[in-house]
Design a protein around this ligand. Sequence first.
Ligand SMILES: [Zn+2]
Length: 139
Amino acid sequence: MGFKEDREAKIKRFKVCHICGRELDVDMGHASMGICDSPKCFSTDFWIGHLAHKNDENVARIKGLHYIIGEEDSKDSFRGFAGRKFYIKFNNGILVKTSNLWHQGTIPEFFKQYMQDNAKFLTREEYLDERRTNEQVRI
Ligand SMILES: [Zn+2]
């Protein structure tokens, strides 16, 4: 079964956008993911996905922005923020130094109530200072 048929089969299975209930058709770019072509539905689906992972230890929400801390020893030549170093302190005290931070954007207003900030950025100096007394350093 080719890619096109596979996509059409998926669209048939979903039938309607799982966000707004609109009927799906093949011209809709994300129809095979069960979403119509409304940017709002795409965004809602995107943030529902992140909501499901809100308590993952590699998810940092800082000043309403959403970040995922990638594998530090990733062999992928693409690194978040081109490999720039970030120092993060989670609200539970855990400290993380990362050179593979990925940014997903601003958490939409509706989702903010479920996805509150759980961390903040530290400067390198603050991080080093924290490390001296903080036992919960992850990296
Ligand atoms: Zn929709």
